[in-house]
Design a protein around this ligand. Structure first.
Ligand code: 5GP
Ligand code: ZN
Length: 115
């Protein structure tokens, strides 16, 4: 399911270019356009869903199921010393794109630019 005015749906379709990290039938992962640290990745369900409140359990299950594998891929590729996993729901929580997404933010120690 795709929503025509959603930038992440457009990224999944290939209408907006992205640096793809991973893709399967249910999930798409790509580099965040604004890298808070090197390797900052977004993981999204292919099925459009606004936020965690509106996400069917099976969509959430497939999304979260991929997180350990993708986290290990990032660890291997960038060799960080830590990793933050973030999900913002609602403007007050910092959500700016209303297609559910998980941030994977590799951490490199003090002064890495995040937090
Ligand atoms: P939020 O603030 O909603 O949790 O995170 C949205 C994220 O999407 C932001 O970190 C922002 O940099 C990223 N973003 C917004 N538009 C684009 C885009 O067109 N391409 C990519 N790769 N990332 C985007
Ligand atoms: Zn969408």
């Amino acid at each position: 399911m795709n929503q025509s005015d959603c930038i992440f749906c457009k990224i999944i379709k290939g209408d907006i270019p992205s640096s793809k990290v991973y893709e399967d039938n249910d999930v798409y992962a790509f580099l965040d356009i604004s890298q808070v640290t090197k390797g900052h990745t977004l993981v999204i369900p292919k099925q459009h869903t606004k936020n965690i409140y509106e996400t069917p359990a099976d969509v959430a299950e497939k999304l979260f199921q991929r997180i350990p594998k993708l986290s290990n891929a990032i660890k291997k590729a960038y060799n960080p010393i830590g990793l933050n996993i973030l999900n913002n729901n609602g403007e007050a929580a910092g959500q700016s794109v209303f297609h559910l997404h998980i941030h994977l933010i590799p951490r490199y120690g003090e002064g890495d630019g995040f937090g």
